[in-house]
Each structure stands twice: as C-alpha cells, then as structure tokens.
Design a protein around this ligand. Structure first.
Ligand code: ADP
Length: 468
C-alpha cells in the first residue's frame, strides 16, 4: 500500500480523499492555490504545498508544479479528484513517466474510453447499448446524409473529442445536417485539436441514468448499480439518486453488466461511470464514459456500502477489488442535492465572499460532504458547488421526506444557495412521481414554479403535459 499520496484538487473532494487515505493509514499532501490558503480541508492534510495563484490555469492545472510538489514531498501516488486534471491522459502519462502512480485508469484506457468514437466501438463489442448512428468519424458528408435518412431526424452531430457540450449540433433536416457537420468540425478542431465528428439519433425527453463501475489491474470489473441524474439545469446535474426509480430489474441488471464488461474490455482500473439516456420504453443508449470519480459517488456508497474512494486507492496500489459482483447488495434509496453558492433568483449568479452562518443538518441517514464552515470566505475562482447533502432511507418516498427535513435544517447565510430551489424540487410533482425528463427543471423554472414565493399549482402540470 502507498505510504503517502498527493491530492491534486480542492474543496469537498480533497477532504473526501483525505478521509479515505487516513482510514487506510496513508499520509496526504495537498497542493493549493493562493486563493485557497485558508481552505479548511488543508488543516487535515499532513502536508500542504502552495503551487500558484488563484486562477486554476496557474495552479490546479499546472502539471509541472504538481509533479514538482509530488517529487519534493516524495509521494507514491496522486489522486486527481474530479475536474481539473482528472481526465487528462497526458497528466496520467507524465505521472507514469515520473514513477508516480496515478489514482485512476492508465492513459491508454482513459484515451480509449475518453474518445467518443473509440468508446462507442468498444461499447458495441461489449453489448453496451448505444445510439444508432455512424460507425466512425464522418469522412463524406453525403454518407452522413444517407445515414441520417436511415435513422431518421432529428440527429445530433457530436465531436469525438467533445466535452462540456462543445462541438454538438442538432439537425432536424438535411440542410441543417450539412451545415451542422461543418460547424461542429470547426468547433471541435478549435477546441480539442481534433475535428473528428460523428452522428447519432437525437433522443428527446429522455432520462439520464448512469452506471457506477469499478475495475482493478487483475482483469476484474464490477458494477455498483445505477443512479438517476435527470434533474439538471443547462446539462449540470442538480439532484442525483439511486437506484434509478422504476427501472425494470432485468433491464437494470443487463445494462449494468454490460457497463462492467465495457470497462473490463478496456482493461480499466479505478472508478468510472457509464452514462446513458433512457427513453420512455426503458431503452438505454450510452452517452459517454467518465473516467474518474463522480461528484455523485456518495449516492452509490450509501446504497451499496462500498467506499468508492478507498477502492480507487487500493486498486491503484495493485490490490484486487475487495468485493465480487455477487457480494454487491443494494439497500434502500439515496438522494443527493448539490448545494451551490448561486442565487437562483438572479439567474443562478455565483456567490463569493464570507459565509457567516453554516449549520449543517444531521440525524440518521444524513450525510454532508463539504469543506465549508462558518467564517469561511468563498473565493471567486472556482466551481460554485460548496457541498453535497445526501440522505439514505428504506424507500424513495422516505428519502424524499428525509431530504425535505434536512434541507429545512440547513442554514447558510448571508450567501445565497440552491437550498430553497432543492426544497421546491422535492415538492414538485414530476420529481415525486419520477415522471420526468432531462428538461423538466428548465420547464419548471420557466413556469416560475421553483423560485420566488411559492406559486399556486399550475393547471396543466408539468407531469401531465409531458407524460412519458
Ligand atoms: P459532453 O462530453 O460534451 O458532456 P455528452 O455526450 O455527455 O457530451 O452529451 C452532453 C449532453 O447532450 C447530454 O447530457 C444530453 O443531454 C445531450 N445529448 C448528447 N447526445 C444526445 C443524443 N443522442 N440525444 C439526445 N441528447 C443528447
């Protein structure tokens, strides 16, 4: 096992990794930026190293400085967390060259699954369900037009190297497809240095369901069932839960097994998430594979009892997975709300500055993953997520009730947060009925149903007008 690891991240995930390392008897070294000099998580690290100024491009994204810190502190391994360098295959390669273990997949496995075209090919070979579409990169526009006629409009043009929603175009007809391909190619070339694009069927009104998987360096791969992340705004997840409600157990297990098979074929070690869209008939279509620990991993930890971050560290050190597929049990239901320092009343404007009051909820089945406390000053440089509230209860209805209570207990002032928004989501009919699709939050926001003073229920409720 490692004796010392470096954490190339900040905030709640840095603290989460410190906790896992400590339980394993591993020392931690945290790198931090000048803007994070007062970060409460740093107090729990065995050693801290400042690597630059506030902007991530001058600190958390500086591979040279992180590697220098790792060498000076003499660490065995680096945990990248999520965001920043977590899915950067070049960083994983530099770590390997410097004989520092990257706590995550090999650069090869990351490259294979991170590239959407090669990932889709591999998924097909693993019987992981994918969208109908072109088999590889589009060479001739006429071929793509022919393909689109076969699968039927609307189609979506996507960049093989895509991320963050860039390089995507939806086309409803041939004219839009021809111009969409040209535009997506250009955008992808500029953003990723790789202009390869492909097309696939565009699915409207779907749910987002994803599978948590784990692999080791001995050829083992398992799944930890699924999560539903349909509650999104601008493709950003707001609420996640597991297991995904109302998915037929046979379908659920078959998709989960195929996701494990996909990462086994890719010789993947560490934690990954295979993301899907699911239509009203419970057909699954793979979106992409995230080759890192996800923000929403606690949902799965609560329902399976598996410590995902500890497993990541152990498999990076060469240990086999500590659980076999048949030992994975699912218990009850978990829901996570992402607490963002944003003002929902003012178009979700990010909030920085002093947090005077921070009182977190508690009680059985309530977990708060956060680096926050009263007196902390939120720097303006980073993501607005300041914590995650996770609840666990025997049933989904009980989990919703518990989440309502926990949200009511949570006190953060004077910074505005998404807590009141979550409280309204927990009372909304589409969420309660799990009768929703990835656009429902935006629809409710447009109707004014989630912000401001509580409105009378609208006559044509979202659930009825958009029944799946
Ligand atoms: P990125 O890597 O840029 O985030 P994804 O492949 O994850 O790209 O897609 C981002 C979002 O775009 C998805 O969450 C989904 O909402 C939408 N999307 C992508 N592909 C499709 C599709 N075939 N049909 C419908 N929506 C899609």
């Amino acid at each position: 096992m490692f004796s010392r690891i470096l954490i190339a991240n900040r905030g709640e995930i840095a603290l989460r990794i410190i906790r896992a390392a400590r339980e394993l008897g591993i020392q931690t070294v945290c790198v931090y930026s000048e803007a994070d000099a007062d970060g409460p998580w740093l107090e729990h690290a065995d050693r801290t190293v400042c690597i630059g100024s506030g902007p991530a491009s001058d600190s958390y994204l500086r591979i040279d400085r992180i590697i220098s810190a790792a060498e000076i502190a003499n660490v065995d391994a680096i945990h990248p967390g999520y965001g920043f360098l977590a899915e950067n295959a070049h960083f994983a390669e530099v770590c390997r060259d410097c004989h520092i273990e990257f706590i995550g997949p090999s650069p090869e496995a990351m490259g294979l699954l991170g590239d959407k075209i090669s990932c889709k090919k591999m998924a097909k070979a693993s019987k992981t369900p994918v969208f109908p579409g072109s088999d590889g990169a589009i060479e001739e526009i006429d071929d793509a037009v022919e393909q689109a006629q076969k699968i039927g409009y609307p189609v979506i043009v996507k960049a093989s190297a895509g991320g963050g929603g860039r390089g995507m175009r939806i086309a409803n007809n041939e004219v839009a497809l021809r111009s969409g391909i040209a535009a997506a190619k250009q955008e992808a070339q500029a953003a990723f240095g790789n202009g390869a694009v492909y097309i696939e069927k565009f699915l409207e009104n779907a749910r987002h369901v994803e599978i948590q998987v784990l692999g080791d360096k001995h050829g083992n791969a398992i799944h930890l069932y699924n999560r539903d992340c349909t509650s999104q705004r601008r493709h950003q997840k707001l609420v996640e839960e597991g297991p995904a409600p109302d998915v037929d157990a046979k379908v659920r297990d078959a998709v989960a097994r195929s996701a494990a098979e996909l990462i086994r074929k890719a010789e993947y070690s560490g934690a990954a998430t295979v993301e899907f869209l699911m239509d009203a008939k419970q057909n699954f279509y793979m979106l992409e594979v995230n080759t890192r620990v996800q923000v929403e991993h606690p949902v799965t930890e609560m329902i399976t009892g598996v410590d995902i971050v500890k497993e990541m560290i152990k498999v990076a050190a060469g240990e086999p997975l500590s659980i076999r597929q048949r030992d994975v049990q699912m218990n009850g239901h978990a829901i996570e709300c992402r607490i963002n320092a944003e003002d929902p009343e003012r178009n979700f404007m990010p909030q920085a500055g002093l947090v005077e009051v921070f009182i977190q909820p508690g009680g059985p089945g309530v977990r708060v993953d956060t680096h926050m406390r009263g007196g902390y000053r939120i720097p303006p440089n980073y993501d607005s997520m300041i914590g995650k509230l996770i609840v666990h209860a025997p049933t989904r209805a009980q989990a919703i009730a518990k989440m309502r209570g926990a949200l009511d207990e949570f006190r953060i002032a004077p910074i505005k947060t998404t807590i009141p928004l979550h409280r309204r989501i927990m009372d909304s009919k589409p969420f309660i009925d799990a009768d929703f699709d990835i656009h429902y939050i935006e629809r409710l926001l447009k109707q004014g149903a989630l912000i401001g003073s509580p409105a009378a229920p609208s006559k044509a409720s979202d659930a009825r007008s958009h029944r799946r």
